[in-house]
Design a protein around this ligand. Structure first.
Ligand SMILES: Cc1cc2nc3c(=O)[nH]c(=O)nc-3n(C[C@H](O)[C@H](O)[C@H](O)COP(=O)(O)O)c2cc1C
Length: 185
């Protein structure tokens, strides 16, 4: 069985981000023969179509890593009932110029943590809407929505809530199975 490589990124630049924490937790639950590289979106500027043919170095590196990955894992915060601009900008850069969408055909999984009771559900559905035009293939289940994240992740950034840990493990397992199935097609 070939090794599956996953590229993960969080839509938060915050040092103590709960979304960075759940992404790191995913490393603990990687199925056999699977790798997860975490990419930090820090340094990706606001998207500017004037320079989409000469993107900044950081964007070029991001696109290269997306292309090299077998699957994508995104941990999104929810900002004002949607995805943060930081995440949307990164996605927009990686999808351009037209015809050079690095996400094209990639299997994907989504999770998200918020301090509110919705657990990023509205942001996740907005993100899934983007996946349609990006031609990505997200898994539907489990939906990993982590509400009241401050009660489930400790000061050191460790996910302490058992149910959340179990959901992240299940998400990783399903993403790998889904990726293998798509590669067999
Ligand atoms: C601009 C802004 C908008 C926010 N809007 C929401 C929201 O719509 N829903 C929600 O549950 N939390 C919202 N929050 C609170 C976030 O859940 C919280 O800041 C969380 O820690 C962000 O994720 P992070 O820890 O990965 O940075 C908002 C926070 C900010 C800074």
């Amino acid at each position: 069985m070939k090794t599956i490589s996953i590229l993960g990124f969080a839509g938060s630049l915050r040092k103590d981000s709960y979304n960075k924490s759940i992404l790191r937790a995913a490393i603990e639950f990687l199925p056999k023969d699977t790798g997860l590289e975490i990419f930090d979106l820090e340094g990706i500027p606001p998207f500017n179509q004037d320079i989409e043919n000469q993107p900044p170095e950081k964007v070029r590196g991001f696109k290269t890593k997306i292309r090299a990955a077998d699957a994508i894992l995104i941990a999104t915060p929810e900002y004002n009932y949607s995805i943060p601009g930081v995440l949307k900008n990164a996605i927009d850069w990686a999808s351009r110029p037209y015809g050079d969408n690095a996400f094209d055909g990639k299997p994907a999984a989504v999770m998200g943590a918020s301090i509110g009771m919705g657990g990023t559900m509205r942001a996740q559905y907005h993100l899934r809407q983007c996946f349609v035009f990006l031609n990505m293939h997200p898994i539907n289940q489990p939906e990993v929505m982590v509400p009241f994240a401050h009660e489930k992740i400790d000061q050191s950034g460790r996910v302490t809530d058992q149910k959340t840990r179990e959901k992240i493990r299940e998400l990783l397992e399903n993403l790998v199975i889904w990726t293998q199935r798509l590669e067999e097609l």
